[in-house]
Design a protein around this ligand. Sequence first.
Ligand SMILES: NC(=O)c1ccc[n+]([C@@H]2O[C@H](COP(=O)([O-])OP(=O)(O)OC[C@H]3O[C@@H](n4cnc5c(N)ncnc54)[C@H](O)[C@@H]3O)[C@@H](O)[C@H]2O)c1
Length: 307
Amino acid sequence: MRVTVLGAGTMGAGIAQAAATAGHDVALRDVEESYVEDGLARIDDTLSEGVDRGKVEPAERAAALDRITGATDLARAADGADLVIEAVPEDLDLKREVLGETEAHAGDRAVLASNTSALSVTELASALDRPERLLGLHFFNPVHLMGLVEVVVAERTDEATLETARSFVESLGKTAVEVRDSPGFASSRLGVALGVEAIRMYEQGVASAADIDAAMELGYNHPMGPLQLTDVIGLDVRLDVLEYLREELGERFRPPQALKRKVRAGKLGKKTGEGFYVWEDGEAVRPADDSVGGSGATAGDGSGAAR
Ligand SMILES: NC(=O)c1ccc[n+]([C@@H]2O[C@H](COP(=O)([O-])OP(=O)(O)OC[C@H]3O[C@@H](n4cnc5c(N)ncnc54)[C@H](O)[C@@H]3O)[C@@H](O)[C@H]2O)c1
C-alpha cells in the first residue's frame, strides 16, 4: 500500500515508522524541511534502539528507512496514495483545511484518515467533497509499542473506506477496535472516567495517591494506577479532555478542583517534575507532598510510586 502521513511530529513519525516496518511505501510530509528531517531522525533513532535491543533486525531497519520518503510538497506527497493519514496538531480548523487540501491532490481511490484524539470525525469529514472516504485512525503513543488502533466510524464513512482501514491496521500487526464517532471514542472516555474518579477519591482523602494506584495495579492488574497515568499523560491534557467531555456528555466529567489547582500551579505531571507524584529522571520517586497520607509508610517510602 502507498501511505502518506501528514505531520512528522510525535505521532506522524511513529505512524510512518509502523507503516514502513510493515512493508508499506510511505511519504512523510510536514510544512518545513527541518521538521521532516527531525521526524526521519526520530524514526532512525527508534529503529536503531530496536536493533540495539535485539527487537529489530539491522536489515529490517534499513529496509524500513528506505521505504520512507520525506516531503514538504503536499501535491507530491499525496500523489498516488492509497491511504492518507493526517497527524497534524489537534485543531479543528487546521485539520479541516489540511484534509480539504489533501482531497484536492489525492486520487479518487485514496482513503483519508485522521489521528485526532478527540475531535468529531464527522465534523472533519464535512470539509470534504466526498465525506464517505474519511474515518478516524486513532493510534496510541508510542506507536511502535502500542497494539491498539481505534477505528472511528463517522456518520458517512462507507464500507470500502472501513475495509481499507481494517486491513491496514491488521497489516501493522495491531488490533483495531471499531467505535462510532462519539466524544472521547472508547478509550479516552473510559480512561478519563477512571482517572477523574481517582482524583475525586484523592481529593476527599479516601486514600493516598500511592494506595489508590496500588488498588488498581494489584487489584485489577492495571500496569499503572490512574493517578500515575494522569501524571504521564499530563494534567493539563487531562483537564482539557475533561472539559470537552463535560460539555458533550454531562456533569459526570466535571473536572475536580484538585486537578484545576495543580494545573494552575504548573504541576502538570511527569513533564514538569510534579503532579500527583514527584518525578526525577523520568521516574515517579514519591507522592507529591500534598498527597493524603504522604508521610504514611506506603506512600512515603517511594515504593508506592514505583509500583
Ligand atoms: N501525542 C500523543 O500522545 C497523541 C496520541 C494520540 C493521538 N494524538 C493526536 O495526533 C495528532 C498529532 O499529535 P502529535 O503529538 O504528533 O503532535 P506534534 O505537535 O508532535 O506534531 C504535529 C506535526 O504536524 C505538523 N504540521 C502542522 N501543520 C501541518 C500541515 N499543514 N501539514 C503537515 N504537517 C503539519 C507540525 O509541524 C508538527 O511537526 C493530534 O491530533 C493529537 O491529538 C496524539
